[in-house]
Write a protein that binds this ligand. Sequence first.
Ligand code: ZN
Length: 392
Amino acid sequence: MQSVLSFLLIVLISSFALHSKAQEVIFGTNNYIEYQVGTLPLVISVPHGGDLDPASIPDRTCNDPVYATDAFTIETALEIKNALFSATGCYPHIVISHLERAKLDPNRNVADGACENPEAMAAWTEFHGFIADAREAVNQQYDSQTFFVDLHGHGNPIQRIELGYLLYDDELELSDNTLNTAQYINYSSIQNLALNNVNNYTHAQLLRGPFAFGTFLSNLNYPAVPSESIPSPGTTTNYFSGGYITANHTCYNPSAPINGLQMELNYGNVRDTPANRSAFALAFTQSVIGYMDKHFNLSWGACEPVSVNESANSERNLVYPNPATKGSLIHFDLPSDSSYLYRIVNVFGQSVSSGELNAQHTLQSEAFPSGVYIVEIVNESQVVSTKKLVIE
Ligand SMILES: [Zn+2]
């Protein structure tokens, strides 16, 4: 391939990208569950995006299981991670189930979610254990000025983002005054914030006022409910109010002093294409930073920078030479019987080049300005590796 990768880009390398420690990534048993350790005051879980279907775990049949995969939610979470890194130089904590939902549903109790299969039960325990670890780490580092998002995708016909605060659709029909009573605050996954926030906003204001999470998203052209423009979902829309994960890993659970919500993303314009996921990740990042800056007494600067994840293939020289000199041929050590897409991202999270790798899995580097990049290698829509590449 005569690879002429033309782009004009001024690369300013921030010192954080060059002088930071590697991000820690922990895998559970059989790599079913992944915990990407971060340092931002934000924990994201992704329970329904996995595609592993080991024969050793039969498809769940107990207690009316739901099998639907939340398509591209893992990819969306990883885009969010990139966008947050670009904005802050730090990563959120991310916990991912790589198992198909037919094998494991972490958003149910263990009896329903694992159906007594020992491997699934172990994965269920690890998924929740990693979230608890992440909660503890962020709450300690940020004195509980922290936020949790359980990330899903919905298939409801109305194309909008559904934010679940553990309040049912008919409860969101109630007046602000009613939602501000102790009874309804006690049902809420942001109850600690409602009782103590920087501007003394009420519970209802936090749910659907001008500075509600849904309003931040809506203002960036991602309609969300509840929000100022859509204060309640209506009672006939199959709205998702939040499930087991939200109930157990937010302050609805008295032993988990972190505010949070279940976020159900619509598909079109949000999850459906790499470009849309990337654009949404930027809007999410702006929204969560705006929301937390507004309501929490928090210093984002307290995060400790970490560098890109090199653990996935650290024992193999996936990309070489690395550092590469300008103009050299970069080799990717990949199985020859498969084709791969690549994407090269600069330290600001901007995609600077992408395409299909040639049959030799090489790429001419001459078009790249000197700097630090992140190379993503994608096979059948899955990111199989993320690697730092330095062009000298
Ligand atoms: Zn889901």
